[in-house]
Design a protein around this ligand. Sequence first.
Ligand code: FE2
Ligand code: FE2
Length: 262
Amino acid sequence: MAKISPKIDDVMNINWLARVGDTMVELVELTKEEIEKIDKMSPAEFVEYFKSISKPYFDRQYRYGYEWITKADTGAIISWLRQGTWNEWAAVNLLGTLIKDYTDYVDPEFYPLFARQIADECRHVLIRHNLLKKYGGTMEGFTPLEEWVRVFELPLKLALEKPEFFQLRFTSVLQVGEWASVSHHRGVVAGAGDKHPELRAVFKEILDDELFHWSIAERTWLKMCDTLEKKLDVIRITQNYTLPVLDAAKRKRLELALQHKI
Ligand SMILES: [Fe+2]
Ligand SMILES: [Fe+2]
């Protein structure tokens, strides 16, 4: 598998949106009144506010998951799982890099939470890969989709552009992606029904872990989102970067997997 290890030297003013291309994400317009409302929110109210403004996006991820599994034949499942297995490995690599190379930017209270996520992602590599083999697939000759490489490069790139908001930004990308995964996997579990029991069980197990991974963002924001500037930064990062980049990656995987092209 190819290696992802974004280094501080690579991080220089990349216009990510220009590389995302067309997006189906509806961006939220923040009026003066809305900003005043956000300013008065407690961190806990802000987490709920984020979930409510992003709901249409997460609902669409559910539909992607449902649509994929209801249309998928064995070749499409193999194709999807090849990218899926690599994604789990990329998450391990990214979180390992976070703990190893960027320790000073992370609140020590969160070390065990990120470490637990690493352990989960390692297990996900195994269970996704085992499922891939059960369907008759392998990782041979696999090259990750560029859109997914971007997903895993983004957290460190954006965090390092504003080191004083490092953990806030990191979680606004990676762990928001986990929340998108929860919706997506719920769609797969609902669509798989009795037709794909093993796949259903694996996606359900992963979904349960993703809820914990998303909670690392919630816990970070509860602790750190105590100024308007920080709250607006979370909204800007998720709206302008995380959600469009993830949406482009998920749509590409869906489209190519159905054609057995991954
Ligand atoms: Fe995972
Ligand atoms: Fe995860």
